[in-house]
Design a protein around this ligand. Structure first.
Ligand SMILES: Nc1ncnc2c1ncn2[C@@H]1O[C@H](COP(=O)(O)OP(=O)(O)OP(=O)(O)O)[C@@H](O)[C@H]1O
Length: 624
């Protein structure tokens, strides 16, 4: 992945207003939002009343009234303000955590039900930052920024009304200053939003780079390439810092502008007010109260500036989260491919008996890529072992992806028994398969959870029986916690991981077993065990394997040879030995003897000889 592109979301950009997601997330929590706003308004009201109460206390000092009343009002206002502020903070906390929770759930849902190819265009680490860091920015925007903004506006208008009650001339001066501040701030806001978004994209890029590097940490260490990788990471961290600094500078300018505007307004108010006091147009206590309000509007203006800049970050985050929504989910996939199905003599490919799998005229490509499978016609029985073989990049894994509906064909038809794929949802097709993927990744959780991923009812006895067959039961019994051992705290070797994945598939008892190089990392003994499991399953169901080095290729009931997305040949080992030069070449590359009768061992490695030869002989002599 080239630098500078890592952080880009593969998901299409959403042109929807950024505020929409924010609104969608807040809408279910409107009562809470209203409560928080109400609490904020009470706190604001209490603060607005304070200068007026102060004026009355000052007036009472001059002997015009008793001090007790205004003093008790002042104490009450402070107490009410404090309680309301506490209440608002707690309510805001509930609101904001709820918004983050909803946004994260929404993304989790979208990730898990997304169509695979568009999803996999985005680096994993980049997607993770949307759930972890962007949602936090959204939280601030959805709660404190909005409520703070509302409080700020109320406080500002309240203060202006109170000031208008005190002196109309001075309030005109104040409003003039506020208008100048708002215009300056409005001019800076788009630039703040832009730098916020760039800064968040850089965090996503860092997440992607870090995720990729940590996954490859062994290779990096073995290559002593830590320094190179570190400098790449530092470079992105530096870019993130610089972009954030740009955002911070713009924010600082906006906030300083608003504060300076307020301070300048206070000075003007003081000067004009002093003249008016000297002229006898207003009392000193009124000027003091007015000045207190003038100082107070510094708060709402500051609060509004902070809220609006915070809102920009939240809206930028909302846009990035919204892009996740734009990844199509599997339920949205087109279902009808009927008109594109080429005509084909059904007598050659009977499907009416309801058994087996059929691919007819299947063309497939990854989005935006060249064709990967070109007109595949293949019928597989509902029992037996089908081996897919072909050079790297031939399209073997893509074929399995089509069977599992990770990818849709561009044209052609797939059938499972009598059911066309497009007639049923992907999940009901997948329910027929147990799949062991190339890397055999384990899911986070315990060993038991991993083994029960498909068959959630599998008993301990069944699990141990399968583990036993795969020479894994001893290792599991030795683990602290046995089946309940956490995978994360258990170091499993590649071969052990592969065996757990195979065990999970065997426990599933599904009609079709799909193995993508399931023996790539296991020793010869385990390979034999997996081979026996394949043979066993093939008696009652269908097993489809992809093999690069599997000697079990020769045992398969049907071998399908792919090259450059074309089905080159199919048949049994003996048939293909006679008819397919590519097959002979592939076998030769696999170091499998190519003579069907005597099982020549001339090209076998010493390790390969015993079991490969034995198996080949069994096939060659019609055993099994
Ligand atoms: N997710 C993807 N997006 C785009 N192109 C892809 C994707 N996966 C595979 N391809 C392309 O499709 C072609 C077939 O790949 P596929 O993985 O099916 O081959 P394969 O026969 O399984 O190869 P190998 O034996 O090396 O695993 C390759 O040219 C590959 O670059």
């Amino acid at each position: 992945m080239g630098r500078g592109t890592t952080g880009k979301a593969a998901a299409p950009d959403s042109d929807e207003p950024r505020t929409r997601l924010l609104w969608e997330l807040i809408r279910p929590r409107l009562p809470l939002f209203a409560l928080a706003t109400l609490a904020g308004l009470i706190a604001t009201g209490a603060r607005l009343g304070t200068p007026l109460a102060t004026k009355h206390i000052l007036d009472s000092v001059n002997g015009k009234a008793t001090m007790t009343g205004p003093l008790s009002i002042l104490v009450a206002l402070v107490a009410v303000g404090a309680v309301a502020q506490w209440w608002q903070m707690v309510t805001l906390g509930r609101l904001s955590e709820g918004v983050v929770y909803d946004a994260r759930r929404r993304m989790n849902l979208r990730f898990l039900y997304a169509r695979l190819t568009p999803l996999q265009k985005s680096p994993v680490g980049e997607l993770v930052t949307r759930v972890t860091s962007d949602s936090l920015l959204l939280r601030d925007a959805a709660s404190s920024s909005i409520v703070g903004g509302v409080n700020g506006i109320v406080m500002l208008f309240g203060a202006l009304v109170m000031m208008a009650i005190l002196d109309l001339t001075l309030v005109a001066v104040t409003i003039g200053a506020v208008i100048v501040v708002v215009i300056l701030f409005g001019l800076l806001l788009p630039a703040i939003a832009q730098s916020q978004e760039q800064a968040q994209a850089a965090v996503g890029e860092l997440g992607a780079e870090l995720d990729g590097s940590l996954r490859a940490i062994k290779s990096i260490k073995a290559a002593t390439a830590e320094e190179r990788v570190r400098s790449r990471l530092d470079e992105i961290a530096e870019r993130s810092r610089d972009l954030n600094m740009k955002a911070v500078r713009r924010q600082a300018l906006a906030i300083t502008t608003s504060w300076t505007g307020v301070q300048a307004a206070v000075l003007v108010i003081l000067a004009v007010g002093a003249v008016r006091v000297a002229d006898g147009a207003m009392t000193v206590s009124t000027l003091v109260a007015f000045l207190l309000y003038a100082f107070q509007i510094g708060d709402p203006i500051g609060q509004l500036s902070t809220s609006l800049t915070g809102l920009q970050a939240g809206l930028a985050a909302a846009r990035r989260i919204r892009q996740i929504d734009a990844i199509p989910s599997e339920s949205e996939r087109p279902t009808a491919l009927g008109p594109q199905v080429p005509s084909m003599n059904d007598a050659d490919h009977p499907v009416g008996d309801g058994s087996g799998m059929l691919l007819r005229g299947v063309h497939a490509a990854y989005p935006g890529g060249d064709p990967v499978l070109n007109g595949i016609d293949l019928r597989m029985p509902n029992r037996g072992h089908v081996a897919l073989i072909g050079p790297s990049g031939a399209g073997k894994t893509t074929l399995l992806s089509l069977l599992l509906r990770f990818l849709d064909p561009d044209s052609g038809e797939l059938r499972l028994g009598t059911t066309a794929y497009h007639e049923v949802p992907a999940s009901s097709t997948r329910n027929h398969f147990a799949y062991v993927e190339q890397e055999s990744p384990l899911i986070p959780g315990t060993l038991r959870e991993n083994l029960r991923l498909i068959n959630t009812e599998a008993t301990d006895a069944e699990m141990y029986e399968v583990l036993d067959r795969l020479s894994l039961s001893g290792m599991v019994r030795d683990l602290p916690g046995g089946l309940d051992a956490e995978i994360s705290s258990t170091s499993l070797s590649g071969g052990q991981r592969q065996r757990v994945a195979v065990a999970r598939a065997l426990l599933a008892h599904r009609p079709v077993l799909l193995l993508d190089e399931a023996t790539a990392q296991v020793d010869a003994l385990t390979e034999n065990a997996i081979h026996d499991a394949i043979v066993d399953h093939a008696r009652t169901g269908l097993v489809i394997t992809i093999a690069h080095r599997l000697s079990t290729v020769v045992d398969a009931d049907m071998i399908v040879v792919l090259q450059d997305g074309h089905l080159i040949a199919q048949g049994t080992h003996d048939e293909l030995l006679d008819s397919s030069p590519l097959y002979r070449d592939l076998l030769s590359a696999l170091r499998i003897p190519t003579e069907s009768g005597d099982g020549s061992v001339a090209r076998l490695t010493p390790v390969d000889v015993p079991h490969r030869l034995g198996r080949h002989r069994r096939v060659a002599h019609g055993e099994n």
